[in-house]
Design a binder for this molecule. Structure first.
Ligand code: PLP
Length: 368
C-alpha cells in the first residue's frame, strides 16, 4: 500500500484502503497485447477503487477490488434522476519509468464543484489524490509507454440509494476505473469539422453546463448524430444569446491577428484544465489572454475579415484539435490554419511526458 501523510491543509488522515487482488488479472502477455493498440475506453485495468458515502457515516469503506460489474438496486436514484458526476484525467509514463499525472488537484476541486451542483457529497481532495495513487499501486503496469499513450483515469460518483422520492440521495458511491489510451490522432493531428447546433442546446442559464455530469452528455448525443448526418466530426453549442459555448466535451479557443487569445467564459461552460494550462503557456509566451463572450457573428465575421487567424478545441482526451471547418444549415466557413495550436499542444505534452521542464509545478507523481 502507498503511504501518504496527514494532509497539511485539511488535517485529514489518509484512508486505509482494503486491497483485494484480482486473481484473474490479465497476464503480462495479455496486457502487452492490449497496450500495443489500446484504442480508447474499450479495455480496463485489473482493479478499481470505490469509497462509500452516507449521510450518517460520511466517507467510509475505501476499497481496491478486482475490476468488475457493480450491483445496484433497480431503484437506485442515479438510474432514474441522473444524479451523477465524473472526471477525466490521464497518467503518463516518463522515460525513466515513473508515472505522473497532471494538475490532479484541479480535477479534485472540479469534482467538488460538480458535486455541489448535483447535490452530491464533496470528496475531500486528499482522498481523491489518494484514490489515484492506490489504483496505480496495483495497476501501474497498465500505464503504457508508447508515443502519446497514457492511462486514462475515470473517477465518478453517483446516487445509489434505493428510493424513488425526488431529493438528494442519502447513499452515494465514488469509483475510479482506468483504461489505457492510444494516441488520439493516428498519423498526426487532423483538423476537425464542426456542426453548428441551432435546434438544440447543451446547457441553460443557471443549469448544469459548468458541471461534469452525464446528463450534459446525454443531451449532446442527438445533436452529435445531427453532426454526423451533416458529415461533421463534432458539434458546437450556442447559448440563448447566440454566444459560442463549447463542443460539449472540449472548450473552444480563438486566436486573433494581434496575438490576443480569447475563449468563451460563462457559467454554462465547463472550465477545462487543458484550456487553462494552454492559456497559461500562451501567457508565458507574451500573449494577451481574455475570457469573455464570443458571439457567433464575431466568430464568422472575424474569420471572414482575417481578424481571427486560428480556432481550436481542447480537452484531456485529444489535448488540442484545430478546427478546420464550421458548418451550419446554410453556410460552410473554412477556418484559417495557424501554428500556435500545435505549438502549444507540443509544449503541453512535453511537460506531461516529462520531456520539458515543469515550470508551473503541474506534475504529480503517482507511483511513489
Ligand atoms: C471534460 C470536459 C471538457 C475538457 O476539460 P479538461 O479538463 O480540459 O479535460 C470540456 N467540456 C466539457 C463539457 C467537459 O466535460
Amino acid at each position: 500500500m502507498t503511504t501518504i501523510d496527514t494532509d497539511p491543509d485539511t488535517g485529514l488522515d489518509p484512508l486505509e484502503f482494503a486491497v483485494t487482488r484480482n486473481l484473474a488479472a490479465k497476464s503480462p502477455a495479455e496486457r502487452d497485447a492490449i497496450l500495443a493498440s489500446p484504442g480508447f475506453g474499450q479495455n480496463f485495468t485489473d482493479h478499481m477503487v470505490d469509497i462509500c458515502w452516507s449521510v450518517r457515516g460520511g466517507w467510509h469503506r475505501p476499497r481496491v477490488s478486482p475490476y468488475g460489474p457493480i450491483s445496484l438496486d433497480p431503484a437506485a436514484a442515479v438510474l432514474h434522476y441522473g444524479q451523477e458526476i465524473f472526471e477525466g484525467i490521464k497518467a503518463y509514463r516518463h522515460a525513466d519509468g515513473s508515472v505522473h499525472t497532471f494538475r490532479p488537484d484541479q480535477n479534485g476541486r472540479r469534482l467538488q464543484r460538480s458535486a455541489r451542483r448535483l447535490a452530491l457529497p464533496e470528496l475531500p481532495v486528499p482522498y481523491f489524490l489518494q484514490s489515484l495513487k492506490e489504483l496505480i499501486a496495483v495497476d501501474g503496469a497498465w500505464v503504457p509507454s508508447g508515443d502519446d499513450q497514457s492511462l486514462y483515469l475515470r473517477p465518478f460518483m453517483f446516487a445509489k440509494e434505493a428510493f424513488l422520492g425526488v431529493r438528494p440521495a442519502h447513499k452515494v458511491a465514488y469509483y475510479l476505473i482506468a483504461s489505457p489510451a492510444g494516441a488520439y490522432f493516428k498519423g498526426g493531428v487532423q483538423p476537425v469539422s464542426i456542426w453548428l447546433s441551432e435546434d438544440y442546446s447543451r446547457a441553460g442559464k443557471g443549469g448544469t453546463g459548468a458541471a461534469k455530469t452525464g446528463g450534459n452528455y446525454a443531451a449532446s448525443l442527438l445533436p452529435q448524430s445531427e453532426a454526423y448526418e451533416n458529415e461533421c466530426d463534432q458539434v458546437v453549442f450556442l447559448d440563448q444569446d447566440r454566444n459560442v459555448e463549447e463542443l460539449g466535451g472540449m472548450n473552444v479557443v480563438f486566436v486573433y491577428k494581434d496575438g490576443t487569445i480569447v475563449t468563451p467564459q460563462s457559467d454554462s461552460i465547463l472550465e477545462g484544465i487543458t484550456r487553462d494550462s494552454l492559456l497559461q503557456l500562451a501567457r508565458d509566451r507574451g500573449h494577451h489572454v481574455a475570457g469573455r463572450n464570443v458571439s457567433l457573428d464575431e466568430w464568422r465575421q472575424g474569420v471572414a475579415s482575417g481578424d481571427i487567424v486560428e480556432v481550436f478545441a481542447c480537452g484531456t482526451a485529444a489535448v488540442v484539435t484545430p478546427i478546420g471547418v464550421l458548418k451550419g444549415r446554410d453556410f460552410i466557413d473554412e477556418q484559417p490554419s495557424g501554428t500556435l495550436a500545435l505549438e502549444l499542444r507540443e509544449e503541453l505534452t512535453n511537460i506531461q511526458y516529462g520531456r520539458a521542464e515543469d515550470k508551473h509545478g503541474w506534475l504529480y507523481r503517482l507511483d511513489a
